[in-house]
Design a protein around this ligand. Structure first.
Ligand SMILES: C[S@@+](CC[C@H](N)C(=O)[O-])C[C@H]1O[C@@H](n2cnc3c(N)ncnc32)[C@H](O)[C@@H]1O
Length: 328
């Protein structure tokens, strides 16, 4: 683990930036293995380089993408209650912190002593963490560039105190159900006996509303989905032609999840890690599952982590839920 030295020179005094050195993964091999599954898949972590993060920000402003507005409305309606339920003086840890905009009301109202954003997109993270540190000079900010799906070998760098993990944006829904339970169990260990998880999840609803949210008229989600192939090319040296793939998003009502895919528009052959894969016209690569939740699901997940849902808050239309999970 290292502090980034060029940035350290311009760093606000209350910001510590840690870049994890995890065991290097052979990403070409990882991508090859996931592309030879049935259906072929790519991990959602490949959505995010700087362009992917910018496109995601744009998605959150689209008229069809109600999720971010519904979650923001929950904060507008219930911020006092949320802050009271959290108590003050906590350490707030946010895995997948993005532009750190969602945590701002909590930083202002719950007045934690430290904030720990964790994100895989290191450059974007540094910008967001530095902006947050400048805006809150009394807050200690420890930004950690890491893949939160891997081993949290950086836990000892997180300040001590009552820890709250803030995990908004329904990012938990990108995991399949068994992995959701595993991740909640991991977070429960990170926060310990006195801690909590403030979890924002999208609720199951009518499929047309959901499908529109993931297939907007302006084509921003399509660009975001195709950008994944550019990210894979940059990270593995593969030669996908992103513009030869079409975005598709469907709601699987039975499994309660959006299935986002890329569909080959012509016969393609793609070389990755010295191997060539053939994709016939119409072949599909699954790029994201976005599971939707019920309150019962959230309670089951909490109990898998030895926790209880002590509070939950909804937006006016009950589209989205923010739940506070605390150790029993
Ligand atoms: C969907 S955005 C959510 C951002 C913000 N939390 C929100 O709710 O608006 C997902 C963020 O998580 C980050 N991310 C995705 N997969 C990750 C991973 N495996 N490890 C760390 N960060 C990840 C991305 O870089 C991106 O900033």
């Amino acid at each position: 683990m290292t502090l980034r030295s060029p940035r350290a020179q311009n760093s606000p005094p209350n910001l510590k930036f840690i870049e994890t050195k995890t065991v290097p993964i052979d990403e070409a091999r990882e991508v090859l293995a996931s592309l030879t599954q049935d259906p072929p898949r790519l991990s959602p972590k490949y959505f995010y380089d700087s362009r992917g993060s910018e496109l995601f920000e744009h998605i959150t402003e689209l008229p069809e993408y109600y999720l971010t507005r519904a979650e923001a409305e929950i904060f507008d309606l219930h911020l006092n209650d949320i802050a009271e339920a959290l108590g003050s003086g906590d350490i707030i840890i946010e895995p997948g912190s993005g532009n750190c905009s969602k945590v701002q009301p909590l930083l202002e109202r719950a007045t934690p002593s430290a904030f720990v954003p964790i994100d895989i997109a290191g450059d974007f993270l540094w910008e967001a963490a530095a902006t947050t540190a400048l805006a809150h000079p009394d807050l200690s900010v420890t930004a950690i560039a890491a893949d939160f799906t891997m081993d949290w070998n950086f836990t000892d760098k997180i300040p001590h105190g009552r820890r709250i993990v803030f995990y908004p944006g329904s990012t938990l829904g990108n995991f399949d159900p068994a992995a959701q339970r595993g991740f909640i169990q991991k977070l429960a260990k990170v926060v310990g006996a006195q801690g909590g998880i403030l979890l924002g999840v999208d609720l199951h609803k009518e499929s047309t509303v959901l499908q529109r949210a993931y297939d907007d008229a302006a084509g921003v989600t399509a660009a975001f989905n195709r950008n994944m192939l550019s990210v894979v090319n940059a990270r593995t040296g593969s030669n996908f032609a992103p513009n030869s793939w079409q975005h598709q998003a469907r709601y699987n009502t039975k499994l309660r999840r959006i299935e986002m895919e890329l569909v080959a528009q012509s016969n393609q052959s793609v070389t990755i890690g010295g191997q060539t894969l053939a994709f016939a016209q119409g072949a599909v690569i699954r790029t994201e599952h976005s599971h939707k939740f019920t309150l019962e699901n959230i309670r089951d997940l909490a109990s898998a982590g030895g926790m209880t849902v002590t509070h939950h808050w909804l937006d006016r239309q009950s589209q989205f839920c923010l739940a506070l999970l605390q150790t029993d």
